[in-house]
Design a protein around this ligand. Structure first.
Ligand SMILES: NC(=O)c1ccc[n+]([C@@H]2O[C@H](COP(=O)([O-])OP(=O)(O)OC[C@H]3O[C@@H](n4cnc5c(N)ncnc54)[C@H](O)[C@@H]3O)[C@@H](O)[C@H]2O)c1
Length: 338
């Protein structure tokens, strides 16, 4: 049994805790939050020990793996603490705010022979898998152009009720690093080539209450000539499904997280809908999808079998580099050559 601890008992905690207790190879043994009431409530619900300091959870509970579900600026700090003490790490996206911190922990995990996984659960959607399969088996050919659109709704209260969202210091950005990171990651994964230049524009158009981007737009060029264009904003009136479109050498893709349609140039059409897995995630939000459990299971398997997690730190560095380049370009107001 893999002994698991979870640090951070806020919104996303439910996806991690519920997944952990449903998976036979793991046992949740402790939870931690600096907000005592949150840690106590979670501990009571799962019948485990509550901690208010992550160092104590890691040092006292003899855990094999820790899930990190805290504000962004703490991701590399807690990951490093755990890795230095021989504990496998599964961290929520993004790996860090600064690229160097993420790179440091990837090296540390390798040196220590530990598993370091980063949550990008959308890659486990059936929709994304179908598209990736048809790119990898050559039926679609290579991606020529990708387009990502995200129009979501984050009212002022989303920021005012949080002590870290909407700040450069603790969130590290806004709509791009927090929300659009998933769909930009999918498009980047589909293109599967090296980005060579990034031009991005970031602005805050509708949330004077906070300081980071609520709108991001950009254009990324890849070594093989492919391009990725994105537009993301949190000023819409509701959370519309994200849309990813791919123009490929032998067909086109239109997808959201829940549906995908592939139209090949020879007329063949493949489509798929994502169906929920039947597990109840108390307080879970539809737009997170229900794939955390698939990634968490994959991570635990890697721990058990000494394999590589599907989304390792090394793999997640690809999107981390891109996100950091988008912010660099947006802040400098100029294109970045990678
Ligand atoms: N994969 C997804 O789809 C998805 C969805 C939502 C959130 N997330 C990610 O999950 C992470 C947490 O987001 P959230 O929405 O749950 O935030 P949240 O604010 O609801 O929860 C974070 C929790 O961490 C606690 N915390 C802060 N500092 C701590 C410390 N030093 N030690 C222990 N606990 C501490 C806070 O008290 C809070 O309860 C973020 O990285 C976010 O981007 C991912």
């Amino acid at each position: 049994m893999i002994r698991v601890g979870i640090v951070g008992c806020g919104n996303i905690f439910t996806m991690h805790a519920t997944s952990c207790v449903h998976l036979p190879m793991a046992k949740l043994v402790g939870v931690c939050d600096i907000k005592k009431d949150r840690a106590d409530r979670a501990a009571k619900k799962y019948g485990v020990q509550a901690y208010y300091d992550y160092k104590e959870l890691i040092d006292k509970e003899k855990i094999d793996a820790v899930h990190i579900c805290v504000p962004h600026y703490l991701h590399p700090i807690i990951s490093r603490y755990a890795l230095e003490r021989g504990v496998h790490v599964l961290c929520e996206k993004p790996m860090s705010i600064e690229l160097a911190d993420a790179e440091y922990n990837v090296r540390l995990a390798e040196e220590k022979g530990l598993k370091y996984g980063i949550i990008f659960q959308c890659r486990f959607n059936d929709t994304a898998k179908l598209v990736k399969e048809n790119l990898e088996n050559g039926k679609l050919g290579k991606v020529i152009s990708a387009r990502v659109v995200l129009t979501w709704c984050k009212p002022d209260s989303y920021y005012s009720l949080s002590d870290w969202k909407g700040t450069w210091e603790k969130e590290g950005g806004g709509v791009v690093i927090d929300q659009a990171i998933h769909s930009i990651d999918l498009a980047n994964w589909f293109i599967a080539d090296e980005p060579v230049s990034v031009q991005a524009h970031l602005s805050n158009r509708g949330h004077s209450i906070m300081e980071v981007d609520d709108t991001g737009e950009g254009f990324i060029r890849y070594k093989n000539g492919a391009t990725l264009s994105f537009w993301a904003m949190n000023n819409y009136g509701c959370d519309e499904p994200i849309e990813i479109r791919l123009l490929c050498e032998k067909g086109k893709v239109v997808m959201s997280y829940d549906e995908a349609k592939i139209t090949f140039d020879d007329g063949e059409v493949l489509s798929i809908e994502q169906t929920p897995d039947g597990i109840e995630y108390e307080g879970g939000k539809d737009y997170w999808g229900f794939q955390h459990i698939r990634e968490i299971e994959d991570f635990y398997r890697a721990v058990e079998e000494n394999g590589e997690p599907f989304i390792s730190g090394k793999e997640a560095l690809k999107i981390q580099k891109l996100i950091c380049a988008i912010y660099e370009s947006g802040k400098k107001k100029e294109g970045i050559i990678l």
